[in-house]
Design a protein. Structure first.
Length: 374
């Protein structure tokens, strides 16, 4: 995931793992500190800490609600959600939104800004019912922040929610996803460039340097993603007509669910710390295990069975062998995925496999671009 750094799973909500990235930890700490410094100028330290923590919990709780809204609508369309990651610009919900067509992709994308806008209205109403004081001021600030956050996410620049809405709307109206990707790329360049100009203006006019840097980074991400879109579309054109079965590699070694984590470490994980391996139970694949998931459980008891450290299939990238290679690559976003057919593991696919397949058929070989949000 672009700009996330390392991430750590903190909890699972209705089968969906919630991660926090190191970048989120930094921005969360800065938010809490800046709120405390601001409040400490007008009240005593104890009240400043209390209100700063309240603001922190309500604001980032709202960001989490934003991502959960994406997940709820995705599940309503029977789209699996493999995880939610809190990052410095907000969050990222891993769901294959385009799998159910343009309407589903539009509504899944719109759910986030919609929930944040509703939350802004709720905070505004609550503030209106409170007596004058710092707590009321904090609530009004939260209403304003959520309003700004909702508007910002609705901007038509991919990969913001607004950019995804533009992509889905164009796809639905034209029935041409290639054109939709082109439009999303153009809008990303325009919106990203405008944000960069605004950020530079804010910094040079004496505005908050932290806000200016944050805006500049977001603008650069949108601009760079938009500029990358023609290369992504060209690769998509060259993959058209191919299926996952054409490029997949043989299935990775399976790890029995009943074996111990120590055995799994010695057998496959220690030599492949960045890869996930399928876990089988009675010949059926039930999920995957990686060095990270094994370490979380095995740190307490390395003799526990692999089953206890298994990530369910619903939380993993799973493909079918007969699906279009270009669509599969768009979903993988730089990760490796398992290829299943009729419930049976038949292979694996990652960017390196697509690059190798492309190199055998086209010159020159291309590097598969990563999605900035996965």
């Amino acid at each position: 995931m672009f700009g996330i750094g390392r991430r750590f799973q903190v909890v699972t909500v209705r089968g969906i793992p919630l991660y926090v990235g190191t970048s989120w930890i930094v921005i969360a700490g800065l938010y809490l500190y800046s709120e405390y410094v601001h409040l400490a100028q007008v009240t005593d330290s104890s009240e400043a800490i209390t209100l700063a923590v309240l603001s922190f919990v309500l604001f980032f709780g709202g960001v989490l609600l934003h991502e959960i809204s994406h997940a709820v609508v995705a599940r309503a369309f029977d789209v699996p959600v493999s995880g939610i990651t809190m990052v410095f610009w907000g969050g990222a919900t891993e769901a294959r939104a385009n799998a159910k067509g343009p309407l589903a992709e539009f509504l899944i994308s719109a759910a986030g800004p919609g929930s944040t806008l509703a939350l802004a209205g709720l905070f505004h109403v609550i503030a209106g019912q409170m007596e004058f004081g710092l707590a009321r001021a904090v609530m009004r600030d939260l209403a304003w922040l959520n309003l700004v956050f909702a508007i910002f996410n609705a901007l038509p620049g991919f990969p913001l929610d607004g950019g995804r809405m533009v992509l889905a709307a164009t796809w639905g109206l034209s029935r041409r996803r290639r054109l939709a990707l082109q439009v999303a790329g153009w809008s990303g360049v325009l919106v990203g460039g405008a944000i960069i100009v605004f950020a530079i203006t804010r910094i040079t006019d004496g505005g908050s340097p932290i806000l200016g840097i944050w805006l500049a980074f977001i603008g650069f991400t949108l601009f760079a993603t938009g500029r990358q879109m023609p290369r992504r579309i060209a690769l998509r054109d060259q993959l058209e007509g191919a299926t996952v079965a054409d490029a997949m590699r043989p299935p990775p070694e399976e790890v029995p669910a009943t074996s111990s984590l120590t055995e799994a470490l010695d057998r496959v994980l220690r030599e492949n710390p960045g890869r996930a391996f399928p876990v089988t139970d009675a010949g059926r694949v039930i999920g995957t295990v990686s060095m990270d998931s094994a370490r979380r459980v095995g740190a307490r008891d390395p003799l526990r069975p692999v089953r206890d450290a298994t990530r369910p299939l619903a939380q993993s990238a799973v493909l079918s062998s007969d699906e279009a290679l270009d669509e599969a690559l768009e979903w993988l976003g730089g990760r490796d995925g398992l290829v299943m057919q009729g419930g049976v593991l038949v292979g694996a696919l990652g960017p390196a496999d697509v690059e190798a397949w492309h190199g055998r058929r086209h010159e020159p070989t291309v590097a598969v671009p990563r999605r900035p949000d996965l």
